[in-house]
Design a protein around this ligand. Structure first.
Ligand code: FES
Length: 286
């Protein structure tokens, strides 16, 4: 259990792991996530969305971007090695039903968690329009998988190196303006992108779901680390989410809280690199 069976580098700092986790593979539903602890009982716990699962093979697919100490450590593991703890599936599954036309919008690494959700809406009989974006061509992930299920696929890059030049909000606005308007939008990506998607659909009254990616510790609603404000109420992403009505989420508060941990993350990452360097030179400091 928890063994990395396959490791694939999707782009410069994005990795895809196929991990042996039979129970999670059997139970997981689109929209749910796991909490991963890479080493020791005192290591940081990070939430990662389950991008795919194979119940028969007993495996789940995790995709992550290297951004700090823990993801850097996770990326250093090789096939055959294990992650210490894998807790899940956690969070409420996406409510999937036939609604008509669903516009699925993914930005950066957010395209990975969007995949099972788009797949679910397609299987439920919806028309699924998918818009995916990345900073540049090298960072684009899951394009072929999305193309295979989309009724319409729009690809955007910020720098114009592939597909349309510009942000995902532009094709989203075009879809939102159509008559009849889409019945639902789902946006997953960096907080600022989800905020802008919600602001894009708001004037058109297109119900918009977002999947929040906050700091998490226990994943059971006990620590409060993942709290967000939704419709003026405090909500815990791990148990009440991760999906919420994007028009009700206080993104500015969430972005502020995420920023508060950045300096700690940087220090922890630097300490780990120093410790690796010490181990490599045998502690001589040379
Ligand atoms: S992670 Fe602790 S309350 Fe959600």
């Amino acid at each position: 259990m928890n063994t990395i069976l396959k490791k694939k580098k999707l782009s410069d700092n994005v990795f895809q792991y196929t991990v042996a986790a039979p129970l999670i593979a059997r139970e997981r539903k689109p929209g749910q996530f796991v909490i991963v602890q890479v080493d020791t009982d005192f290591g940081e716990r990070i939430p990662l969305t389950i991008a795919d699962a194979d119940p028969e093979a007993g495996t789940i697919t995790l995709i992550f971007q290297v951004v700090g100490k823990t993801t850097h450590h996770l990326a250093s593991l090789e096939e055959g090695e294990k992650v210490q703890n894998l807790l899940g599936p956690l969070g409420k599954p996406t409510h999937i039903e036939k609604v008509g036309t669903v516009v699925c919008v993914g930005g950066g690494i957010g395209v990975a968690p969007l995949y099972p959700i788009a797949q679910g809406f397609k299987e439920a009989g919806n028309k699924v329009i998918i818009i995916i974006g990345a900073r540049n061509r090298e960072l684009m992930i899951f394009e072929q998988e999305m193309r295979a299920i989309a009724d319409e696929l729009v690809v955007c890059t910020d720098d114009g190196s592939y597909g349309r030049k510009g942000f995902v909000t532009e094709p989203l606005a075009e879809q939102a303006k159509k008559a009849p308007k889409p019945d639902l939008a789902v946006a997953i990506g960096p907080p600022i992108m989800m905020k802008n998607c919600a602001e894009t659909t708001r004037p058109f009254g297109v119900h918009t779901l977002v999947s929040l990616n906050t700091i998490m510790v226990d994943g059971t609603g006990m620590c409060g680390g993942c709290r967000v404000t939704v419709g003026g109420q405090t909500r815990f992403v791990c148990v009440d989410g991760p999906e919420f009505d994007g028009h009700l989420v206080d993104f500015d508060n969430m972005i502020l809280r995420l920023g508060a941990y950045r300096s700690f993350e940087k220090t922890a990452h630097e300490c780990r690199l120093e410790s690796i360097a010490r181990d490599m030179d045998g502690g001589t400091g040379k």
